[in-house]
Design a protein around this ligand. Structure first.
Ligand code: CDP
Length: 230
């Protein structure tokens, strides 16, 4: 039986993790797992059910045990999320409304422990590339290769502005930079599983690099690590 591997990628908002993880997954024949979309699904459910996660996180913690989320193969190298029996489309998750509350959802300890086992279960899908904020540090600490992918705040704001769906109408590079800085602040100062580079992760600053160049680096380092453990 072929051995299965895990590649873990963390980094701040709009650093280009998803693009690179998707490209690397295609090249390696691996499965791409975007954990941000899992937190975004819970944020969407809070919007739909009028749960105010900023003021009343305890309301979400109370209903969460009755909720169910599962992940299957989306037929395109990534995961398809089913939430309480309903398929969730990525376009529903990349909206200004979801982006504005998702970090409040993700800082709730009950949400993080609810996610953890479900995310680790994704190993059953085969060789995976999983990206998020705490993948190297908490979810897959034994991953074969670990990366921290980042870029300067202005570069990240420019990339986010160019992405359809995510930013509000009339947004400017400055307003987007402020929004992602606020999300990064919440993500990196929370008590449970804050965003930070794992000591054994390779940091890649992607300013001035194309997605292909970053992917080349990820694939090269993974192949080296894989050879070392064979
Ligand atoms: O696409 P972008 O980089 O803006 O964010 P994302 O990867 O979709 O993640 C959205 C939010 O989910 C993050 O800002 C975190 O608050 C949360 N998240 C997390 O806490 N832990 C993860 N492993 C992944 C996402």
């Amino acid at each position: 039986m072929n051995r299965q591997y895990q590649i873990a990628i963390d980094g701040p908002a709009a650093a280009g993790k998803s693009t690179v993880a998707k490209m690397a997954a295609q090249r390696l024949g691996a499965f791409y797992v975007n954990t941000g979309e899992m937190y975004r699904t819970i944020a969407l459910a809070c919007l739909e059910k009028n749960i105010d996660v900023k003021e009343h996180p305890e309301e979400l913690a109370a209903v969460l045990p009755q909720w169910e989320m599962s992940f299957g193969d989306n037929g395109n190298g990534g995961i398809a999320i089913t939430f309480n029996g309903r398929p969730i489309a990525p376009q529903q998750l990349h909206t200004p409304q979801v982006a504005s509350i998702v970090s409040y959802v993700a800082k709730i300890p009950e949400v993080r422990s609810w996610m953890l086992q479900r995310q680790r279960d994704c190993k059953r899908l085969g060789t995976i590339i999983m990206e998020g904020r705490d993948i190297c540090t908490v979810v897959l600490p034994d991953a074969t290769a670990k990366f921290f992918i980042t870029a300067t705040p202005m570069e990240r704001a420019r990339r986010r502005l160019a992405q359809p769906g995510e930013v509000a109408q009339g947004a400017t590079v400055e307003s987007v930079a402020a929004e992602i800085a606020e999300r990064d602040r919440i993500d990196s100062t929370r008590e449970v599983a804050p965003l930070k580079p794992a000591p054994d992760a390779t940091t890649i600053v992607t300013d001035g690099l194309t997605a292909e160049q970053v992917t080349d680096k990820v694939v090269e380092i993974f192949n080296q690590k894989k050879a070392e453990c064979e």
